[in-house]
Design a binder for this molecule. Structure first.
Ligand SMILES: [Mn+2]
Length: 318
């Protein structure tokens, strides 16, 4: 039986007491929306929890017995799963453990081939096909575009903007509503016609444009600080990286009581470098091309210094 088949089989037996825990980005939201379509077709409403890879995200799902975890590397923190009797994990981050060995169902193509990059949304589409849920490909494509595992059309990129805007302006909890909306829309045009999301996207675009315009690529490795009320650090990093794909781009700014940093590079393994640089002062990691960190306020200069040192000492991977 393939991993996708094992996931489908496990989900088929989950009804009551089930939580869907998903990452607060377009890929996570689109993963959740597809799995939700299955539950809605059965008139079952699972508990929805959206957040970062943090213990508090997982504890919000208690006291549900079953957890369907999407686009979050829960295998890195197996103790967070203690409260659940059954766990299905669909993920595409570099795995640290095979949860199948712990009695859970773990679907991540990188358990077999570490170098593949397929979004969680595309994995969920495969599962939905096995579950007999029709018409999820358009949702899967939006998630995949959000995670850059495929190139999107203009409309698909617009849909990603809507999701990014809700998170950046209204906060990650509001992505639960977006997942439900996507699960009930017929197609991408219906989703794109929702006025509230359209207005949020316009408001956010203005703010992003302001910071993108203010950037000038000086060196090979560019550090860029932005001061904004919205969570746009990773979006600005993505935009700048689209414009300057040969540069290594590090964008940072204050978010609440910490400093958020987003890095993009095709030359260094930023996931590893961010993880090392944040040791003892915060949390960091991610993919080789795209990584992020959150550092205690006041310790960001330590992080930046460590990052500079690690980048100058690192072997370029291209
Ligand atoms: Mn994600």
């Amino acid at each position: 039986m393939s991993s996708a088949e094992k996931v489908a089989e496990a989900i088929r037996t989950m009804r009551e007491n089930t939580a869907i825990i998903f990452h607060c980005d377009a890929d996570g939201v689109c993963s959740a929306a597809q799995i939700l379509r299955y539950f809605f077709s059965l008139c079952v409403a699972p508990k929805l929890v959206c957040g970062e890879l943090e213990e508090s995200t997982f504890s919000k799902a208690h006291p549900c017995e079953n957890a369907i975890i999407l686009d979050l590397a829960a295998d890195h923190h197996i103790t967070w799963l203690k409260g659940f009797s059954r766990v299905v994990l669909i993920d595409h981050h570099l795995p640290q453990r095979d949860l199948n060995e712990f009695g859970f169902v773990h679907f991540n193509p990188r358990l077999k081939n570490r170098s593949v990059y397929i979004s969680a949304s595309e994995l969920c589409k495969e599962v939905c096909e096995l579950l007999g849920v029709a018409n999820t490909e358009w949702i899967a494509r939006i998630g995949a575009v959000g995670d850059r595992s495929i190139e999107g059309t203009e409309r698909e990129m617009k849909a990603v903007e809507y999701i990014d805007a809700v998170r950046a302006i209204e906060g990650e909890e509001k992505l639960v509503e977006v997942a439900k909306t996507l699960a009930t829309c017929k197609n991408i045009d219906e989703f794109l016609s929702i006025r509230k999301y359209k207005e949020l996207a316009e408001k956010l675009n203005k703010e992003i444009e302001k910071w993108v315009r203010g950037f000038s690529p000086s060196r090979e490795i560019c550090f860029y600080e932005i001061d904004t009320p919205y969570s746009i650090i990773s979006v600005v990093a993505n935009k700048l990286f689209d414009m300057y794909p040969e540069k290594t781009i590090i964008v940072y700014g204050i978010r609440g009581n910490c400093v958020k940093i987003s890095g993009r590079s095709r030359k260094y393994n930023l996931g590893e470098i961010f993880k090392k640089a944040s040791e003892g002062i915060g949390k960091g990691g991610g993919h080789p091309v795209a990584a992020g960190a959150r550092i205690e306020l006041g310790k960001e200069s330590i992080f930046i210094e460590k990052l500079k040192k690690l980048l100058s000492g690192a072997e370029k991977c291209v």
